[in-house]
Design a protein around this ligand. Structure first.
Ligand SMILES: Cc1cc2nc3c(=O)[nH]c(=O)nc-3n(C[C@H](O)[C@H](O)[C@H](O)COP(=O)(O)O)c2cc1C
Length: 331
């Protein structure tokens, strides 16, 4: 097990807290595909090749979204400790294989918004339960749109009945395709169900109720309990498509940070969120979705937002398992 050194002027215990905050980010199937190399002058964020999902995410696009979310948490945690993070994304030869390198860019006194986002990190959860029928008011919606903009991304709010109908069709179409893809289903099964003491994956308490094809927004099946008769999903959640402005790893890392800022801003406002990723995971459907958004924006993830009752946290791997040795050249 690697021993954790101090870094960026922080003591080892503080670095531990920073990495713990990073590891609370969301990731597909809670695979937690990130690793960190800690050196006195920098913290590097690397993808974990053993935690790829080749069937669900063959290009590692969602892996980079997840790592972007971890990077956002890491930035917030550093700010909370008075360190202004200086981030180089895709640093190339200066840190081979790294998705990002974070250095100390001076000191900072975090403002109220940054502190609120930081405090929301351990409270944010994916909530697959039915939401209350209460609508999300325009001020809250605006705050989420702004959160994405601050991270150089775009939050497209699904607002017209036509758009809604079309996106629902994309979700159902992609869901059906994934249901018949044995490799995708095998990946899902390997992270789901009864896995006592697992430090990754989705425990049944977080699974939500079993989805049904007649649902308006059909969710992934994490083997949750059967639905009670008459208990249905909300009729009109806020549904948004988080987009980057360009294709490729940089846009994905930015979108991942934006996704996490949106999710934390939602948490601060008492909103719950879950994902509807099927239409961005099936390439053909993703292309249709992209065209439906005008062809310029790159759809990265789809979120459903609303008010709900709390759900328990999902497990995380300990920080000690996330460390790359200083001289480890694997990426
Ligand atoms: C890029 C991305 C896509 C995801 N897609 C889905 C999805 O389609 N359905 C779903 O139920 N959860 C989805 N999730 C949520 C993860 O399953 C969840 O983040 C993980 O289990 C950890 O739980 P937590 O978010 O409560 O911490 C996605 C997460 C990420 C980062």
């Amino acid at each position: 097990m690697a021993e954790l050194p101090g870094a960026l002027g922080l003591a080892p215990e503080q670095v531990h807290q920073v990495l713990e905050a990073a590891s609370l980010a969301p990731s597909v199937h809670n695979a937690q595909p990130w690793r960190f190399r800690v050196l006195p002058d920098r913290i590097e964020l690397h993808p974990d090749p053993h935690r790829r999902l080749p069937a669900t995410d063959p290009e590692d696009r969602e892996l980079r979204l997840s790592c972007g979310a971890a990077l956002f948490n890491l930035r917030m945690a550093l700010q909370g400790m008075g360190v202004r993070p200086l981030v180089s994304m895709l640093p190339g030869q200066t840190a081979p294989g790294a998705l990002a390198v974070v250095r100390r860019g001076g000191t900072i006194v975090p403002n109220a918004e940054q502190l609120a986002l930081l405090r929301a990190i351990p409270r944010r959860r994916t909530n697959r339960k039915p939401f209350h029928e209460a609508p999300v008011d325009p001020r809250q919606r605006h705050a989420l749109v702004r959160a994405a903009e601050l991270e150089r991304s775009w939050l497209h709010v699904i607002s017209t009945p036509e758009e809604r109908a079309q996106l629902k069709k994309f979700v159902h179409e992609a869901h059906e395709i994934q249901l018949h893809d044995q490799d995708v289903q095998a990946e899902l099964a390997s992270f789901t169900g009864h896995r006592p003491h697992a430090s990754d994956g989705i425990p049944s308490a977080s699974a939500g109720v079993r989805p049904a094809l007649q649902d308006e927004w059909v969710f992934r099946d994490f083997q949750g309990p059967e639905r009670l008769p008459g208990k249905d999903y909300e009729s009109d959640p806020l549904v948004v498509v988080l987009c980057s402005f360009y294709d490729g790893p940089l846009g994905e890392l930015q979108a991942g940070q934006a996704m996490q800022r949106v999710l934390l801003a939602a948490t601060v406002r008492g909103l719950s969120a879950s994902f509807l990723s099927q239409p961005v995971e099936v390439q053909r459907v993703r292309e249709q979705l992209r065209r439906s958004l005008g062809g310029m924006l790159v759809p990265q993830t789809v979120l459903r937002l609303g008010y709900s009752t709390p759900v328990p946290p999902t497990p995380r791997r300990p920080v000690s398992e996330l460390l790359l040795e200083p001289n480890d050249c694997r990426s």
